[in-house]
Design a binder for this molecule. Structure first.
Ligand code: NI
Length: 185
């Protein structure tokens, strides 16, 4: 296994839609192993093949200690809405509030070509949608509203440190912001 360099914004390889995987062979297994190691090293909760410069329908997600390997995924259900901070390992140093479906169901193949189905809510649902977009050559910043703010990580840290728990609706936000580093994918 090896850590591969992560491709960043501006590199055209991020914009290539992934080709379907036809062979579930050793080459695919090496790619998946390397992607998991690269994701953990970053660290992030997800990584798509485009982010290591490979235009294939392959992504990995790790949320709450569970690793998911998704090959040729297809979203079968999206329900609800949730606005939360989101970041991308290919756009380092920034986050933005991004509207996503609150629940996502995806069908894919695992590394052996067997059919798998994954249902996620909250962070897992967000990661599923984020990685699926990568596989189409899309980035989370593509569908932000025109007035959306790209928030530097340093500012999030200041906000988290400077807010000692006032009352009001911002409390939940600040708690969410404390975990923001975990939402890079
Ligand atoms: Ni990303």
């Amino acid at each position: 296994m090896s850590i591969r360099p992560i491709v960043t914004l501006g590199d055209p390889r991020l914009r290539l839609p992934g080709a379907r995987v036809e062979r579930f062979d050793k080459e695919l297994h090496t790619l998946l192993d390397d992607m998991i190691e690269t994701m953990r090293d970053a660290p992030g909760v997800g990584l798509a093949a485009q982010q290591v410069g490979v235009a294939l329908q392959v992504c990995v997600i790790e949320v709450e200690g569970q690793v998911h390997e998704l090959v040729n995924p297809r979203i079968v259900q999206l329900t609800g809405e949730e606005l939360d901070l989101e970041g991308c390992l290919s756009i380092p140093g920034f986050f933005a509030d991004r509207l996503r479906s609150e629940k996502a169901v995806i069908e894919a193949r695992n590394r052996r070509g067997r059919r798998v189905r994954l249902t996620g809510t909250g962070l897992l649902a967000r990661a599923i949608q984020h990685e699926f977009d990568h596989l189409q050559g899309e980035l989370y910043i593509d569908k932000l509203p025109p007035d959306a703010e790209m928030i530097p990580v340093s500012e999030l840290r200041e906000r988290a440190a400077g807010d000692d728990g006032g009352t009001g609706p911002s409390d939940g936000r600040e708690e969410a912001r404390d975990g923001e580093l975990a939402t890079m994918a």
